[in-house]
Ligand binder design. Structure first.
Ligand SMILES: Nc1nc2c(ncn2[C@@H]2O[C@H](COP(=O)(O)OP(=O)(O)O)[C@@H](O)[C@H]2O)c(=O)[nH]1
Ligand SMILES: [Mg+2]
Length: 233
């Protein structure tokens, strides 16, 4: 049997986290655990997770303050590896990523090293974004694929399942980007290391509760990291 850990970074997700955790465990996926990485959310997200950890196999990694999405994932990956995970997921706390897709992704990971829950292949999509956000996202991904030679269509997807070998092989301490750039950098390094990457279609639904934590700064970082990756590695 193999162990799956879903790494879920949180910053002010009190409206979502309990519902999400309950929904995931209701799927009864065997040997599944959740690791929440919380950056001292002022809204008390961590105490909700602590309460639920009496009931479900949940781990909580508490950090001192808002240190960014990328660094939350790096800390989470290291912890998931130390807990002996075979499959490690990236997943948002805000229901943009549908828990019902998790079993399909685990299934696909039997024949791949990285499975991307993709909005950009046939059958996938986005619900709830206006045309400007769609346009910006498509443009950024087009650029990134061209410049970095990325084969996957959904470059910034934050719904992913890694085989632990990938995360053991990559130099996690050398990944410093944080927002959308983090997803791009991780994908680039996974492809470059020769791992098998596959996409399966998912529908991404924009969050209904709480606020987005990613900003213009993260969009600028996406382009800076793209250029750095292209010309320094
Ligand atoms: N631990 C931690 N989680 C974060 C941070 N920034 C965002 N998140 C979480 O990362 C996920 C994605 O962020 P979100 O704001 O939904 O981004 P968006 O979907 O691109 O608007 C959510 O679960 C957030 O709570 C951070 O600095 N630290
Ligand atoms: Mg979101």
């Amino acid at each position: 049997m193999s162990k799956t850990i879903l790494v879920i970074p949180t910053y002010n997700e009190k409206e979502n986290i309990e519902k999400l955790i309950t929904k995931i465990f209701a799927l009864n996926i065997s040997e599944l655990e959740i690791l929440v990485v919380d950056d001292n959310s002022p809204d008390g997200t961590a105490s909700i997770v602590e309460k639920l950890s009496g009931q479900f196999p949940i781990h909580l990694l508490k950090r001192e303050g808002k240190l960014g999405l990328g660094s939350a994932y790096i800390a989470g990956f290291k912890k998931a590896l130390s807990l002996g995970a075979d499959f490690i997921f990236e997943m948002d706390a805000d229901f943009s990523h549908d828990p019902d897709d998790v079993p399909r992704m685990i299934e696909a990971a039997q024949h791949a090293d990285l499975v991307i829950g993709s909005r950009k292949i046939k059958g996938g999509g986005v619900i709830g974004w206006g045309w400007t956000r769609k346009f910006m996202s498509n443009g950024a991904m087009w650029f990134s694929r061209l410049l970095l030679g990325l084969k996957a269509k959904d470059v910034t997807a934050g719904f992913r399942c890694f085989r632990s070998d990938v995360l053991k092989t990559l130099d996690l301490d050398n990944i410093n980007s944080n927002g959308y750039a983090f997803q791009e950098e991780l994908l680039y390094k996974t492809q470059k290391a020769g791992f098998r990457i596959t996409e399966i279609p998912v529908t991404f639904i924009d969050r209904q509760e709480g606020k987005s934590k990613l900003s213009k700064k993260d969009i600028i970082e996406f382009f800076i990291v793209m250029i750095k990756l292209r010309f320094t590695l």
